[in-house]
Design a protein around this ligand. Sequence first.
Ligand code: 3PY
Ligand code: MG
Length: 264
Amino acid sequence: MKRNNVRAKLKAGEASVGSWLNLSSSSAAQLMSKVGFDWLTIEMEHSPISFETAAQNFAILSGNGMAPLLRVPSNSIENIKRALDTGAWGVIVPMVNSKPEAEAVVSAARYAPLGDRSVGGILHAATFDTTTGEYYKNANDEILVVLMAEHVDAIKEADAILSTPGIDVVFIGPNDLHNSMGLPPAFESEHPEFLNAVSHILEMAKKHGVAAGIHVPDAEAAKRRIEQGFQFVAVASDAGLMLGKAGEVAKSLGLGSGQAMAKY
Ligand code: 3PY
Ligand code: MG
């Protein structure tokens, strides 16, 4: 059975850097898997991507030695089960704002005795290049469980949320977090409430032995966040990187404002 290199890196205290796949495109998945990132997250929360497209992309990514992760549309048993049973090596769950919500994620993502994940499917074993028997034995040690902290309620409840056994990463969604503070969505700001929230998540992650993660727009920001102690860092997305470069080229030819349409 293949090992989940991302979970292994995080458990070893190392930083792991990936990006997001927002385009419903197997060609984009194929090409992005050659770039050298540690992992790629297929976006189902804010995109038209279906489970069928996601499953095809899990096979492409894992076949290219890349850990396939999925951001589910919402925290539900159905979403987490279908993501993992169709071959994702980990789930990123948005808007986890309380301990019961965190417990629900772990229950759906981990087999007994850690959780209550239902047994079934074959594509999960296929992306790990193994048999279903081996997969069931080892999945709890290989599947990456990422909870998002992207609301003021999650910051308030962080101590309780992160005390839940079975969580690997707490991942800050800075845009939603700013939004929940009544501020314009942004990757970064100097607003004290945002800065305090980021420090609090880093502190709580350390206290509970969970890796901290955050979404950033570019390589410079990724380096700064790693320096600050973040281990699971997402840099932009396929769409964001494509449009950023395209906008720059067009602008240099006097053809546009250079403003990328995608934030990430
Ligand atoms: C946010 O910034 O809200 C995100 O969800 C980033 O992934
Ligand atoms: Mg968000």
